[in-house]
Design a protein around this ligand. Structure first.
Ligand code: UTP
Length: 300
């Protein structure tokens, strides 16, 4: 275990990426393909997520996988036949692209037999993580690489201990679609104490406009709480329910995120994400943007 110098707050070195969900909002594409493997331009969503973990200094990555998720493991592994074919053709650029994902991080896998919820998926990481704090990055939620959210969350954990969630402000009419945080200010402008969490609040009753997004830095105490957490909404063990317990004990902070986040877990947000990434790609934008403009102008 790497130590930050303070016995109470060992350093965060491990990332956990849950990717065992059924992806029902994206059927039929997700019947045999995990939604985390759907491409955003030319890379599967989950590769961006692993790249983000590595950029924050976490190169020990545990993927929680499940039914029909083998393609995720293959993606982060060597592909000898393909590599040999590209080497024979002396196509070094493509060879580098193929190798990139297998050289990114030290990948570990654990299977979540039954997708019994995000909390249950995180609990599957207990043995690998042990007593260290760890980051959780949802495999279908992308944060722009120019906005170092996870690094800031790890700083907050290093400074104060406890667990940290990422919060993003949304319009009042959207709050009831998400998990929402009751918050209190701290001495740092971008850090709050989370005093409660409310999953999908009834419109008008939300404690704030700050919703929980798919990045967490958890103290290992969360495992003990998850073991005691009964299945909640939809018969699933919810991570939010365990975090509520930590919030009530004054052990949960929030980092207020004002950057760019892209959801790939449902069809409409996935389409938005794809267009935003494509319009920002230097190798595609000069042709894609004029085409997109012309296409939209020609629409009835
Ligand atoms: P979601 O609720 O977005 O994923 O979970 P889902 O259940 O696959 O999606 P829908 O609602 O059926 O379309 C957020 C993240 O948690 C993972 C998912 O893979 C996703 O990355 N997850 C969810 C698990 O790993 N295990 C679970 O039991 C549930």
């Amino acid at each position: 275990m790497v130590d930050t110098g303070d016995a109470r707050t060992p350093a965060v070195t491990k990332a956990v990426v849950p990717a065992a969900g059924l992806g029902t909002r994206f059927l039929p594409a997700t019947k045999a393909t995990p939604k985390e493997m759907l491409p955003v331009v030319d890379k599967p969503a989950i590769q961006y997520v692993v790249e983000e973990a590595v950029a924050a200094g976490l190169d020990d990555v545990l993927l929680i996988t499940g039914r029909s998720k083998r393609s995720i493991e293959d993606h982060f592994d060597r592909a000898y036949e393909l590599e040999e074919a590209l080497a024979t053709k002396e196509d070094w650029d493509k060879l580098a692209l193929v190798r990139e994902s297998s050289e990114l991080a030290i990948m570990h896998y654990v299977r979540q037999g039954d997708p019994k919820g995000l909390g249950h998926a995180v609990l599957c990481a207990a043995q690998h993580v042990g007593s260290e704090p760890f980051a959780v990055l949802l495999g279908d939620d992308l944060i722009d690489s120019r906005d170092p959210l996870l690094t800031r969350m790890i700083d907050v954990r290093d400074q104060f201990g406890g667990s940290v969630v990422a919060l993003m402000e949304v319009d009042p009419e959207e709050v009831s679609l998400y998990g929402c945080a009751a918050i209190a200010p701290t001495a740092d402008d971008d850090v709050v104490m989370v005093t409660d969490l409310v999953e999908k609040p009834v419109p008008g009753s939300a404690p704030s406009r700050w919703i929980v997004i798919g990045r967490y830095v958890c103290d290992s105490a969360v495992f003990g709480v998850l073991r005691e957490t009964q299945p909640g909404r939809g018969g699933e063990i919810q991570l939010t329910d365990a975090l509520k317990v930590l919030a009530a004990k004054g052990e949960l902070r929030g980092v207020l995120f004002h950057g760019r986040r892209y959801d790939t877990g449902n069809k409409l947000d996935y389409l938005r994400t794809m267009v935003m990434f494509a319009t920002q790609r230097p190798d595609l934008s000069s042709e894609f943007i004029p085409w997109l403009r012309k296409y939209l102008e020609g629409m009835p």
